[in-house]
Design a protein around this ligand. Sequence first.
Ligand SMILES: Nc1ncnc2c1ncn2[C@@H]1O[C@H](COP(=O)(O)OP(=O)(O)OP(=O)(O)O)[C@@H](O)[C@H]1O
Length: 296
Amino acid sequence: MITVENLDKTINKRKILSDISFSISKGECVGLLGPNGAGKTTLIKCMTGILRYEKGDIRFNSVPIAQHKKNIGYLSQHTDFKSWMTCEESLQFFGKLSGLDDDFLKGHISVVLEEVGLKDKGNYKVEQLSGGMKQRLGIAQAILHQPQLLILDEPVSALDPIGRNEMKKLINRLKKRTTIIISTHILDDASEFCDRYLILNNGLIVGNIHAESSKSDRKRILVTVENSPPPPVNFLGPTFKKIEWISKNTLLLTGVEELDLQNVINDFAHTELNITAIAFYEKGLEDIFLEMVSAT
Ligand SMILES: Nc1ncnc2c1ncn2[C@@H]1O[C@H](COP(=O)(O)OP(=O)(O)OP(=O)(O)O)[C@@H](O)[C@H]1O
């Protein structure tokens, strides 16, 4: 659905994003993780068309993403509602700015407010809303035009535990019908709704991990190989069920049946991959994240 290829972005002569490539399938909920300053917001702004980029290609269903802006809903890090407007007036205002007609807005605003849990707050002024409610109003604005792709920049990090909990429930509801990209540096939250994680550090994608692989209740093996760039992996050894690249030269093997590294080494002996290190890996998302980030 979304492909980003070899994206470079420079601001004030400083390279902020370098050679970013990834793809996202319809229906996925992908977490964009990374420490402060990693480039998450810059990447999101390139994807929503807010920022131009000097090199690379971003496509939505094979068409340049700039032609698909109407299919994207975006919640920025800082919502921009006017404090004196009510929730309904705010959605009316932004809906009209997006080109939605009055008849559609009349029927749809109440539906969207109900969806984000603000059904009874339509007449509340923005200044009367809690931080969590404002974020949910931001999501209402982002989904008002029924986008196929929803991009949420740090929707949970500024909220208290109650607000975070409400937001997580809302994201879990929305992911049933919309493809979602969500940036956050709160890994515990991400693990509650993401199917996959893209880890960004210093403007580079340093990890691309499926949620299943990051769960620590599985037996996993980490294999480091010397080949670079990585050749495609299309073999499955009898000793493990899934194999995936999680960084430039690191493979994660999951669904490991037996805790016998020699079996894995034997499987690799039939491939072009030269193992430089192999170890059991019983760590969770946070450890993987820290490892990816500190290795770059
Ligand atoms: N308009 C700008 N002018 C100069 N530098 C910028 C600008 N926008 C972003 N940067 C720099 O680009 C880098 C990436 O910023 P970005 O906001 O994309 O990171 P982030 O991963 O979203 O961080 P955070 O988690 O703190 O929001 C930072 O070093 C930031 O200072």
